[in-house]
Design a protein around this ligand. Structure first.
Ligand SMILES: Cc1cc2nc3c(=O)[nH]c(=O)nc-3n(C[C@H](O)[C@H](O)[C@H](O)COP(=O)(O)OP(=O)(O)OC[C@H]3O[C@@H](n4cnc5c(N)ncnc54)[C@H](O)[C@@H]3O)c2cc1C
Length: 413
């Protein structure tokens, strides 16, 4: 068994999953986060293990829609004007990713990840005894118009089927039978029977962190200033000291970009902010996540209320919460529920998004003692465990279960 000392930077769901699989493989692992584990993007997601997400966002049809969406204040897409310069490298790579050959390549890579994601999740959830936080009730994606539903059936939903996603089309009556508390705002939609969700993303991270420390892992709360690789390992520069590790795994979400930039490695990930509101529906509830696909919002029943999540706002990570975004989301929820729910809390956070929708996973060519796992965009919860397994395979020198070249950090150069 290899007992090398590994430092994992970032204790979001990706860093936690990675730390646990490395620990299980016999490494001595220290996890470093500037906050308590699970308080970054991993805190605020919609809780879906989104098995249906097998199509890259970057395609020419999306590109054509973007200008109109950016101008429409009620659309799910928005941009902070001052963030525009940071978006230029991302935008160029996004356009490149839209070309059919690149789209097809990314689609195949997403499918490959998805085909191993569920098994990886099961392994992690069983190991950490976190199955009680997971529900297997499937998930609904609804449409407000027959026209929109029919177009999706011919387009995206057909492509998803071809990508191996299990799905069923339901009419409004069938949806009502599953979710009687939903209003009749829809004409029906798609049901993904295999989709699971967590009732508490933050408790899931905490459960992972507890398992990790209970099995000898160390968690340091400090802000990593820089990574300094040398011939024998990597020095991690903290706020007031340096610590050396044999190898470092960088899983710091959006901040990974800045830490790599200090090493001269540019990766065009951006802050694609998402919001959530925790709603109190009183007597009403839902049994499973329900998305209104025309509006890109999801309602997920969680431990502390129903989480209304959505929005893609390209904006600086530290910009204030934009109340116009939460107001638009709340308007959609009122229509979905035919109810005026009270708001228990609101949150905004940054998805670490890549232009081609694929995460960045693997050891760096220039600095092989640094391995990375970040850039999971909308799918960090879904791909955390499989990322952790792939990184562990890399460090152990094992053959990967899938081709990881599509996830390389150098693909953008
Ligand atoms: C509204 C919304 C809904 C979403 N819904 C879903 C969903 O349903 N399903 C799904 O799969 N995904 C979903 N996502 C995406 C998912 O939440 C993210 O992809 C995922 O949380 C990314 O995890 P991470 O560990 O890479 O990043 P993070 O959770 O952001 O973790 C990074 C960690 O690094 C730490 N860090 C940063 N810089 C430093 C430093 N210098 N030193 C030390 N520590 C540092 C941070 O404190 C943080 O804890 C959603 C996201 C949002 C915003």
């Amino acid at each position: 068994m290899d007992s090398s000392q590994i430092g994992v930077v970032g204790g979001g769901v990706v860093g936690l999953a990675t730390a646990i699989f490395l620990q299980q493989a016999g490494y001595q692992v220290t996890l470093i986060d500037k906050e308590a584990p699970g308080m970054g993007a991993s805190f605020g997601n919609a809780g879906l293990f989104a098995d249906y997400a097998r199509l890259p966002f970057a395609n020419f049809s999306m590109l054509r829609k973007m200008p109109r969406m950016l101008l429409d204040k009620s659309s799910p897409l928005s941009m902070q004007f001052s963030y525009l310069p940071s978006l230029i490298p991302y935008g160029k790579a996004f356009v490149k990713a839209c070309f059919p050959a690149n789209y097809t390549h990314a689609k195949a890579a997403m499918r490959a990840l998805q085909e191993h994601a569920q098994q990886a999740d099961e392994a992690l959830l069983n190991l950490t005894q976190a199955q009680d936080l997971i529900k297997s009730e499937g998930c609904l994606g609804l449409f407000a118009s027959e026209e929109g539903f029919a177009a999706a059936q011919r387009g995206d939903l057909q492509q998803r089927r071809e990508q191996g996603v299990e799905l069923e089309f339901l009419n409004a009556t069938q949806v009502h039978a599953l979710e009687p508390n939903l209003a009749a705002f829809h004409v029906g939609g798609v049901f993904y029977p295999k989709t699971r969700f967590t009732v508490s993303p933050v408790e899931l991270s905490r459960r992972y962190a507890r398992h990790f420390t209970a099995h000898g892992g160390v968690i340091l709360q400090d802000e990593v200033q820089a990574l300094v690789p040398n011939d024998n390992g990597v020095v991690v520069r903290l706020s007031d000291r340096d610590i050396s590790y044999d190898r470092v795994v960088l899983c710091a979400g959006l901040a990974s970009k800045h830490l790599l930039a200090k090493l001269g490695i540019k990766v065009p990930i951006v802050s694609e902010r998402g919001y959530h509101l925790t709603l109190d529906l009183g007597e009403k509830s839902l049994s499973r996540p329900v998305g209104w696909l025309d509006k890109s919002v999801f309602l997920t029943p969680m431990e502390d209320g129903v989480r209304l999540a959505g929005t893609a706002e390209f904006a600086s990570a530290d910009a204030p919460l934009n109340e116009a975004r939460t107001a638009a989301m709340l308007d959609h929820a009122k229509v979905m529920l035919d109810n005026n729910p009270s708001i228990k809390s609101s949150w905004v956070g940054s998805r670490p998004s890549t232009p081609d929708t694929l995460p960045v996973i693997g050891s760096l060519e220039r600095y092989p003692r640094i391995t990375v796992g970040f850039g999971h965009g909308h799918l960090g919860l879904t791909f955390a465990a499989v990322t952790g397994q792939l990184i562990t395979e890399s460090l152990l020198g094992q053959t990967h279960k899938i081709d990881i070249n599509p996830f390389s950090a150098t693909r953008f150069s």
